[in-house]
Design a protein around this ligand. Sequence first.
Ligand code: UFG
Length: 343
Amino acid sequence: MKHKVIVTGGCGYIGSHTVVELIENNYEVVILDDLSNSSIETIGRIEKITGVKPIFINIDLKEEAKVNAVFKEHKDALAVINFAAYKAVGESVNKPIMYYKNNLYALLNTLSAQLENGINGFIFSSSATVYGTPNKLPITEKNETQRPFSPYGNTKKIAEEILDDFTKATENFTAISLRYFNPIGAHESGLIGELPSGIPNNLMPYITQTAVGIREKLMVYGNDYPTKDGTPIRDYIHVVDLAKAHVLAVERILNKKQEENFEIFNLGTGKGFSVLDVINSFEEVTNSKLNYEITERRPGDVPELYAATDLAKEKLGWSANKTLNEMISSSWEWEQKLRAKLQ
Ligand code: UFG
């Protein structure tokens, strides 16, 4: 019999890639999504890639009674992976209540519906933003967390604190928080990828949209940071590598391999690349010139972030193996297919 996993936000960028990996590893998947920042078309695309259509339920996780009813219907699920959240850093600064409500009500309603229905495993989609400005590199899971710059980031930090309390108070309930560094790239099929609504906040979609002609030029936010070329350094990680880590986290929970009821793992490659490194690699991979300009720093940007990856390797048996060039070429392929389809 297939093990059932509920994936909230399963139509989104990282969610959809994870659903593909789960199906390919023989899990039955139930997607809960309100489609507020994703498209129903993703379901058909997942089916095209895997040959299996996941169960889809359109639901706003802020609606507690509805969440309870859905979890009751799927109480044979063994674990939940929680991707459902708003994620635009800048928007969260302007609309903090909307972010706290959406991200935290969804989490709380999910956890209480799990409790009610005896679904005891939980995987949380967290972020390296909880480390704030790190005083030590590479960042290990033992690095202290700081209050993130943005309300978005703070919802991740608060969520981890809730999970810490909840797992301590709830016998048999186990959770894993996965702290992503900078996810980019797309599935090799070119059928799923990142679909930012409006003007992208993040570097990679901004680059590909500029190259395809939707944006006039990329603004590089500052070249006066204390790094090798003055631009900030990040640990970019292929979304498919990231998705695979979620399957291993589910297995760790189902096989009762956890050493503590609440575990935290960094998901990164351990390698840092500057903004100019990414631009140069993009130009090399696509054999084209990117229109860009150096401008002011963006408030809240940290000079340098990259992960220590040992813990995920040792405990989850996971490490990233896709290169920056593979990340860039898959992002580029996705962008081109997307635009060809939209025209
Ligand atoms: N950048 C530009 N121009 C742009 C966009 C980004 O120069 O148009 C630069 C940023 O200044 C930064 C780098 O590219 O130096 C990466 O920026 P992203 O916005 O792609 O990523 P961040 O590292 O700022 O944020 C990411 C996730 C957040 C998460 C954070 C944790 O998007 O969700 O990592 O560190 F909170």
